[in-house]
Design a protein around this ligand. Structure first.
Ligand code: BG6
Length: 487
């Protein structure tokens, strides 16, 4: 993607929380890649805000080292070129007077983009202080990192607050999974072909699984994670957003609000969970010590900054029903967890079994399966049954295997790069609208409340496994299996 007339607006971007993990590990490398590709106007500038008493050179050098450590592909000479566009600003974001100094450095005739990658408790003071010096002008955009609130009420509170100073079309609520190539490809596969759309409904689909598994533990993020847990960190946002894209009706265009209207309809059709549903169909898990990739790793309770009696979940699996004409009766199984056997994100569409069997089988419906893998590889596999060569009529599962990295030679962009470019161009389609976000919170609240009211103790699972046994038992009750259990 090269610079063209549609994307040449010059901008000043302010990154709050610049000495934090996300800015140095993901955002700056993403902007660096976009810079190398000339995807934005080279006159644009980045103001990195932090509390460390360092100068711009020290900041850029440390950001480079951070990027290298995070295995980002950065070249020192090009990084030095990119660094010329960066200014490090040491300021107290809670102090109104510091914003006058910031404003003096910005050019308010340009698009001004504020990226809030700080602790959520700082969102309100930052928004207030930006507005106090009129930095919330009409050419301004604000990007809000998750978590935006901790529950429905706190999310409503922050959303109400930001709405006092910025209009909805200036607010970019980021969910970086929506920026992943393969998540967008899901829309292309669904709405760019007739092949699957005809089958994409209750008449032909048996069940759908969405898994986002990580092999890493909480690492240095213990203090954050203790207050968050897998339900709030991953399920309320990334997994529900993926579910929306899998289940939504075909939008009439790629217009931001048209897509967001369709996603919202899915969220509004989710069958509300009763307390009984939470007991039956939601598994809360926490990893204990175990082995990942042949290495012994400690359990969650032994990690740094974790309360030794913590009830925070590192795993959640649940069953969801969507009450609409397309999906009524089709179970959607969602799960996510840390310290699982491998890092993988995938969507498995299990089509219905044939109505009458004329071939001998081993009883399991292993064919008729479409697997869309989001990461680490971006692949689509279509499993079906074929006859084994030779005597008899035994069926054997075979698959068509499509690897997008091999199909396309162009560089696959990281989710953040795509989303940052969309902010720069003012394209809101891949950002979450206020009503979507609140609807997602509303739906997960019965789980949060049931866990809290009944002090539900997470079921332990060994690090390096696929989670607690009750997660598999939930599917087994429906005669189903997680994908890895039959492959
Ligand atoms: C973030 C979560 O939103 O997504 C992290 O806060 C998680 O806990 C991360 O590790 C996973 O994203 P990715 O792109 O590395 O799969």
């Amino acid at each position: 993607m090269k610079l063209n007339s549609q994307n040449n607006n010059v901008f000043d971007m302010v990154l709050f929380g610049a000495t934090g993990d996300l800015v140095r590990r993901k955002l700056l490398p993403a902007l660096y890649n976009a810079f190398i590709d000339q995807s934005f106007n080279p006159e644009s500038r980045f103001f990195c805000i932090g509390r460390h008493d360092i100068d711009t050179k020290q900041f850029c050098d440390s950001a480079y080292e951070f990027a290298i450590e995070a295995k980002q592909n950065v070249d020192i000479n090009s990084w030095n070129e990119f660094s010329k566009h960066i200014t490090y600003v040491n300021m107290n974001v809670e102090q109104e007077s510091d914003y006058i100094t910031l404003k003096n450095q910005l050019d308010c005739n340009r698009d001004n983009i504020y990226y809030l990658s700080t602790a959520p408790s700082l969102f309100k003071p930052i928004i207030h202080n930006l507005a106090s010096v009129n930095l919330n002008h009409e050419k301004a955009r604000i990007v809000l990192e998750k978590p935006l609130g901790n529950d429905y009420d706190s999310s409503t509170d922050i959303n109400d607050y930001v709405a006092q100073y910025f209009s909805e079309n200036q607010i970019y609520r980021i969910d970086h999974f929506l920026g992943k190539e393969s998540v967008q490809n899901l829309m292309a596969i669904r709405f760019g072909n007739t092949l699957f759309e005809a089958l994409w409904r209750r008449q032909w689909v048996q069940s759908i699984q969405i898994t986002v598994a990580e092999d890493l533990g909480v690492g240095s993020r213990g203090a954050f994670y203790e207050k968050t847990g897998a339900l709030r960190d991953m399920l309320q946002n990334h997994l529900l957003q993926m579910l929306c894209i899998v289940a939504m009706e075909p939008p009439s265009s790629l217009d931001a609000d048209v897509i967001r209207d369709e996603k919202l309809k899915v969220l509004r059709s989710l069958k509300p969970l009763t307390e009984e549903d939470v007991f039956q169909n939601v598994t809360r898990g926490q990893y204990k010590s175990g082995s990942v990739g042949g290495e012994h790793v400690k359990g969650y309770l032994e990690e740094d900054n974790i309360n030794k009696n913590s009830l925070t979940e590192t795993f959640v699996a649940l069953k969801i029903e969507i009450q609409n004409w397309r999906w009524a009766g089709v179970p959607f199984y969602l799960r996510t967890g840390k310290r699982m056997e491998e890092k993988v994100a995938e969507i498995v569409i299990q089509f219905k079994d044939i109505p009458c069997k004329i071939f001998p089988t081993n009883g399991r419906n292993v064919g008729n399966r479409l697997i869309i893998r989001i990461q680490p590889e971006e692949t689509v596999q279509l499993f079906f049954s074929a006859k084994e060569p030779g005597d008899g009529n035994r069926l054997h599962p075979v698959y068509l295997d499509l690897d997008f990295n091999k199909m396309f030679t162009t560089r696959r962009t990281d989710g953040y790069e795509r989303l940052l470019l969309d902010v720069i161009r003012g394209n809101l389609s891949l950002f979450v609208r206020r009503d979507e976000q609140l609807e997602a919170w509303k739906w997960v609240m019965p789980i949060i409340e049931t866990w809290e009211n009944h002090k539900i103790i997470p079921k332990q699972y060994a690090a390096g496994s696929w989670g607690p046994a009750s997660s598999s038992a939930m599917l087994a009750r429906d005669g189903d299996y997680w994908h890895e259990e039959i492959s």
